[in-house]
Ligand binder design. Structure first.
Ligand code: GLC
Ligand code: GLC
Length: 625
C-alpha cells in the first residue's frame, strides 16, 4: 500500500490538496529515518510499532491544526532556511514575570525590544508549575497551560503573532527531560497507575538507584545528594535536578509520543525555536554516566523528524552545558541547528580574570567551526550559573592545569582572590568533588558592583566578542543597562538555596530610565552596546559563523578575522588587559595598510601598528582580494 493510501484515513475533509500533498511529501522524506530511529531505540515489538503509527496520526492532526499564518511561515522559511545566520540576528532572554509582570505587559515592551534591535526573544519557562518552587519554571506541571499568573495560552499566541509582526522570533523551552512532580502524569504514577508509572524511573528500593549512582554525577547536590529522591510511600524516583523534577523514562515509546504531542502543540502556538532543555540527560543506561549517550541523539533526531513533518519551520536549540566534545555532537541539521556556546562564554570570563587570551583564542581556532546550516548562540551569561566547561586536554596544551585553573576562576569570581573586582556567588559548591560554578549578573561579575574603573570597558568587551564571532548573539535583558546582582533572593522561600537567583533581578526600571544619559553607568553600557549592535547589523561579514584565527603576538590581545563574500574581511582585535597593549607593525604586515574602523567609521593606517587602550577592541574592515 502506498503511503498516500495508508494515510488517507487521517485526512480531514477541509484540508486542501496542497496542504495534504505537502504533508505527504514531508512524511515520505522523513518516515524512513524516523522508522529507523524508532527501531534502534525501541526494537521491533508491537508496542513500538503501535506507538509509531499513533505518532503519525498525531503528526497528521497537528499539521491539520496548524494555523494558516504558521503554514505560511513554514513556506517562507523553506525558501530561506538560513534566516538565522543573518548579521541582523540578535537575541534577548528574560523571565516574563520579572521583566514585565505578565504576557500582556510584555507586549508593551515590544517597542523597546525593537529599539534594541532584537530579532529573537527567549521567554523563560512560562508554563503551569508548582506554586512555591518551580526552578524558575523548569518544573512543568502542564505543557498546555500557561502559568495563570502570567496569562493564558491565547495570550501567548497573541504575543507570538505580535512579535512576528515586529520581526522577532519567539523562543520557548521544551523541557522534555523531566516534568514537575505535580504534572498529571506524575500524580497518576504516584497513585500507582501502571501506565504512568511507566513514564518515570520508579524503584521499589535503593537497589536500582545505588546501581546507577555508581557512575552518574550529581548535578544539584545542594538540593539532594545523588540523582534519586524518595517518595512518601518509600519508592525512589529519578530526579537529576531538583527533587520535584522527575526525569521522564524515554525507554518507553509512549513517553516519546506523549512528549512529541506536547512539542507539536507548542509549535502550533507560534513558537519559532524550541530550546531543548538539558539534552545530555534524556537517556539512561546502567553502568554509564547517563549523559550524552548515543540514544540521546537518536531521540533528538526523532523529535526533529516529527517537526519536519508537522511543523517544518520549527528549529531546535541545544542546551548542553557539558564538555566541548559533547556539545558539538548535538549540533547538526538533523538534531539542533542552534546551540548555546558555553565554552566561549566561560572563556570570555576566564580571559577577563587572567588578562590572557590563550584559552579563548585556542577555542576559536579549534572549537568554533560548525556543520553547514547550523549556528552558535553566543552569550556572555545566561539565567544559569557559569560552569568552567573547557577541556582539560586543551588547557594542558597551553601548560594550564584544568583543575587548578577552575579553582582560581571560582575564587576570582567570588572575590576570594586578592585584587578581584568580581562579585559573583558560588553555586553548588561541592566540597566532596571540588566542583563549583558561579552565579551573578554581567555587571557584577565585571566589577561594576565593586566600583572598579574597568567595569564598563569589560562589559562592552565581553559583549563585543559575543557580537562578532558569528551565529546568534544573545543578551540577558537588563545586562544592556548594567543591572547588578539582586541579593533579595535570600529572603524568597524556594530561592534562597539556589544562588542562580542572584543573577535574575527584576526589571531595572531606574537603569532603563537612565539609558540615554551617557554620564550614568546604565547609559554608558547601553550606548556602548547599542553602537556595537548597530555596527554589527551593518556588517555583512558578521553573518554566518566563518572565522579565521589571527595571531596578534600579544597574549593579552585576542584576534580573529571574519571573511565576507565580497572580497573583504573584518579583523577583530580585543585587548583583555587592564593597560594599553600594542599590536606591532610586523604582526599587521600581512594585511593591507589601509583599513576601515567600522565602529568609528574612519579610515585607519595599519602600517605603524596599533595600540589598544585597556579593555578596548577594534573591528577593522580590510580588502583581502
Ligand atoms: C536547564 C536550565 C536550568 C534548569 C535545568 C533543569 O539547565 O537552564 O535553569 O535548572 O535545566 O531543568
Ligand atoms: C543546568 C544547570 C547547570 C548544570 C547544567 C547541566 O545548566 O544550571 O548548573 O551544570 O544544567 O546541563
Amino acid at each position: 500500500m502506498s503511503l498516500g493510501t495508508r494515510l488517507e484515513a487521517l485526512r480531514r475533509q477541509d484540508t486542501s490538496e496542497d496542504d495534504w500533498a505537502g504533508f505527504l511529501r514531508r512524511t515520505e522524506a522523513e518516515l524512513p529515518r524516523l522508522t529507523g530511529l524508532f527501531r534502534d531505540l525501541y526494537g521491533d515489538g508491537p508496542d513500538a510499532s503501535r506507538e509509531r503509527e499513533l505518532l503519525l496520526a498525531d503528526a497528521a492532526d497537528a499539521w491539520q491544526d496548524r494555523p494558516a499564518d504558521l503554514r505560511a511561515l513554514d513556506a517562507a522559511r523553506a525558501e530561506h532556511p538560513d534566516w538565522f545566520q543573518s548579521n541582523r540576528m540578535l537575541g534577548g532572554v528574560c523571565y516574563v514575570d520579572l521583566y514585565a509582570g505578565d504576557l500582556e505587559r510584555l507586549r508593551g515592551r515590544i517597542p523597546y525590544l525593537r529599539e534594541l534591535g532584537l530579532t529573537y526573544l527567549h521567554l523563560m519557562p512560562l508554563f503551569l508549575a508548582p506554586e512555591e518552587n518551580s526552578d524558575g519554571g523548569y518544573a512543568v506541571s502542564s505543557y498546555r497551560d500557561v502559568n495563570p499568573a502570567l496569562g493564558t495560552m491565547a495570550d501567548l499566541r497573541g504575543l507570538a503573532a505580535e512579535l512576528r509582526e515586529n520581526g522577532i522570533s519567539l523562543v520557548v523551552d521544551f523541557i522534555f527531560n523531566h516534568t514537575s512532580n505535580e504534572h498529571e502524569w506524575a500524580r497518576r504514577a504516584r497513585a500507582g497507575d501502571p501506565e504512568f508509572e511507566g513514564f518515570y524511573w520508579l524503584f521499589p528500593d535503593r537497589e536500582g538507584p545505588d546501581a546507577y549512582e555508581r557512575t552518574v554525577r550529581e548535578i544539584f547536590p545542594d538540593d539532594h545528594p545523588g540523582s534519586f529522591v524518595q517518595l512518601d510511600d518509600g519508592r525512589w524516583v529519578w530526579a537529576t535536578f531538583h527533587s520535584f523534577q522527575w526525569d521522564l523514562n524515554y525507554r518507553n515509546p509512549a513517553v516519546f509520543r506523549a512528549m512529541a504531542r506536547e512539542m507539536l502543540f507548542l509549535a502550533n502556538q507560534g513558537v519559532d525555536v524550541l530550546r531543548m532543555d538539558a539534552v545530555a540527560f534524556i537517556w539512561k543506561e546502567l553502568g554509564t554516566t547517563c549523559e550524552s549517550l548515543p540514544q540521546a541523539h537518536w531521540l533528538l533526531q526523532a523529535f526533529n523528524a516529527v517537526c519536519r513533518i508537522a511543523a517544518p519551520s520549527l528549529l531546535f536549540k541545544s542546551e548542553a552545558i557539558v564538555h566541548p566534545d559533547e556539545v558539538i555532537q548535538y549540533i547538526d541539521p538533523h538534531e539542533c541547528r542552534l546551540s548555546y556556546n558555553p565554552l566561549q562564554m566561560a572563556l570570555i570570563w576566564s580571559s577577563l580574570a587572567t588578562r590572557d587570551v590563550g584559552l579563548l583564542s585556542q577555542a576559536l581556532e579549534r572549537r568554533h567551526a560548525l556543520p553547514e546550516g547550523t549556528a552558535w548562540v553566543n552569550y556572555v551569561r545566561s539565567h544559569d550559573d557559569i560552569g568552567w566547561t573547557f577541556a582539560d586536554e586543551d588547557a594542558a596544551e597551553l601548560g594550564i592545569d584544568g583543575h587548578a585553573h577552575r579553582r582560581f576562576l571560582n575564587s576570582f569570581f567570588v572575590n576570594r582572590f586578592p585584587g578581584s573586582y568580581a562579585r559573583g556567588v558560588p553555586f553548588q559548591d561541592n566540597p566532596r568533588t571540588g566542583d563549583c560554578r558561579i552565579s551573578g549578573t554581567t555587571a557584577s561579575l565585571a566589577g561594576l558592583e565593586a566600583g572598579d574603573d574597568g567595569a564598563i570597558g569589560r562589559i562592552l568587551l565581553a559583549h563585543s566578542i559575543a557580537l562578532s564571532t558569528g551565529g546568534v548573539p544573545l543578551l540577558y535583558l537588563g545586562d544592556e543597562v548594567g543591572q547588578l546582582n539582586d541579593y533579595g533572593y535570600l529572603d524568597v522561600p524556594g530561592h534562597a538555596e539556589d544562588s542562580r537567583w542572584v543573577g535574575r533581578p527584576p526589571y531595572p526600571a531606574d537603569r532603563y530610565a537612565e539609558r540615554e544619559d551617557p554620564a550614568t553607568d546604565a547609559g554608558a553600557v547601553f550606548q556602548g552596546l547599542r553602537a556595537l549592535i548597530r555596527a554589527r547589523a551593518a556588517t555583512p561579514e558578521f553573518a554566518g559563523g566563518r572565522l579565521v584565527p589571527f595571531a596578534t603576538n600579544n597574549s593579552h590581545v585576542l584576534g580573529y578575522q571574519r571573511p565576507g563574500d565580497a572580497g573583504t574581511a573584518v579583523v577583530v582585535l580585543a585587548n583583555f588587559a587592564d593597560d594599553p597593549q600594542s599590536v606591532t607593525p610586523r604582526t599587521l604586515s600581512g594585511l593591507p595598510a589601509s583599513a576601515e574602523d567600522i565602529l568609528a567609521g574612519t579610515p585607519v593606517d595599519l602600517s605603524g601598528g596599533l595600540v589598544l587602550p585597556a579593555h578596548t577592541f577594534r573591528w577593522l574592515r580590510v580588502r583581502v582580494r
